[in-house]
Design a binder for this molecule. Structure first.
Ligand SMILES: [Zn+2]
Length: 385
């Protein structure tokens, strides 16, 4: 018996699981995995001021190594439903493509993982040589507080050990097999506040214009590159996105200036070392004259990288065999849940083609669902060979 990734993807798309709603998606996975012999845990995580979110952890086998497939069943809202060629939660297929919210991001990916695992088990007497697990959250597209971080903590507290993880986010750019993500840059937001002294423009000696100080500090902070890049990453980049004094008059020197910036950073830095570096540059330029403070937005978006090695090669080889493409090992793009998983085991991201994700008429070629299932199946076979 082989599992059908197209039917699995269709059934998942029909669950309206817009974050933080479970929409029946995890319930569907629970029954599918239980039937295949997995031990399934469902847990709801909560935290003050956030919505409760349901999550799932399933495992078959007790022996190491434990190969973990990770992903999320929640989806972004469909937007204007009438703009869709096929209703976003209908799971309709047309001209060889499955339409629907989550088709590529990432219910399609989850369907392929499940189909691949079930196929592997069916061909191996129902049991893996080690263990296969699924770590599925309903809180990836939201603020990601009651999702993967708490799920990983729960698993660790219950003695679960992970050896390698494959996160099925849509990693490919134009065609299945073109890109495996082995890392993501970190992201940090900061505010720079320069205080001066308000006063009349005609009497500048009685005032202290913070705009001068702000210009000097911004120049000092951004004039030198943060680094030259690393083996896996492009150079870190700092971008000021606003400078405000909120002044509506022409004859008042403002008392305070504020600027906001974002930094996308590579593995030369950590969140802490980066803050120290920026503050040091500002202190040096300010001397004793300019009064300033930084306010750093809390961030859980650290950098992650899984250096090329046997596991990335295994994923790469399986992809190349099925698609004929040699995947690029990339670290571009925004953040993903891999930034949490990396603290527990090496993780790489490989899934469908991301072109239509978060768009109206999100859709996936049925051929891609079948091909990705074959790749995942090959990865499992090689992993336990
Ligand atoms: Zn996603």
């Amino acid at each position: 018996m082989t599992a059908d990734p197209v039917a699995l993807a269709r059934d998942l798309v029909r669950c309206p699981s817009v974050t933080p709603s479970e929409g029946g998606a995890l319930k569907f996975l629970e029954s599918t995995l239980k039937t295949a012999g997995f031990t399934v845990h469902r847990m709801t995580f909560r935290e003050p001021l956030t919505e409760d979110v349901e999550n799932l952890y399933a495992r078959i086998g007790t022996a190491p190594p434990n190969l973990v497939f990770a992903g999320h069943t929640d989806v972004v809202p469909p937007g204007e439903e009438s703009a869709w060629t096929h209703p976003p939660f209908s799971g309709e297929s047309a001209k060889g493509e499955l339409f629907g919210r989550g088709a590529v991001d990432m219910k399609g990916g989850i369907a392929c993982m499940i189909a691949a695992a079930l196929d592997h088990l069916a061909a191996n007497g129902g049991k893996p040589k080690g263990s296969i697990s699924f770590l599925i959250t309903g809180d990836e597209e939201g603020i990601a507080v009651n999702g993967t971080p708490k799920l990983l903590k729960w698993a660790a507290e219950h003695g679960e050990k992970f050896d390698h993880c494959l996160l099925g986010e849509p990693s490919n750019v134009a065609a299945l097999g073109d890109t495996i993500k082995i890392g993501r840059r970190g992201s940090l937001n900061g505010h720079l506040i320069v205080s001066g002294k308000q006063g009349h423009v005609a009497y500048p000696d009685r005032a202290d214009n913070p705009i001068r100080g702000m210009i000097k500090l911004i120049d000092a902070i951004q004039s030198e590159p943060l680094d030259k890049g690393t083996a896996q990453f492009s150079p870190s980049h700092l971008e000021f996105v606003s400078i405000d004094v909120g002044n509506k008059t022409v004859n008042v020197i403002p008392g305070e200036a504020r600027a906001q910036f974002n930094i996308r950073f590579n593995d030369n830095h950590t969140l802490d070392s980066l803050k120290k570096l920026i503050e040091k540059r500002a202190r040096k330029a300010a001397g004793s004259k300019i009064k300033f403070t930084f306010k750093w937005q809390p961030s859980n978006a650290g950098v992650f990288v899984t250096k090329p090695g046997p596991f990335t090669k295994l994923v790469s080889d399986a992809t190349r065999k099925a698609t004929g493409r040699k995947p690029k090992l990339s670290t571009t793009g925004g953040t993903s849940d891999a930034r949490f998983i990396t603290h527990y085991c090496p993780v790489v991201e490989f899934g469908l083609v991301g072109q239509t994700m978060h768009q109206v008429d999100e859709r996936v070629p049925l051929a891609d669902l079948k091909a990705l299932t074959a790749i995942y199946r090959d990865i499992i076979d090689r992993y336990f060979a």
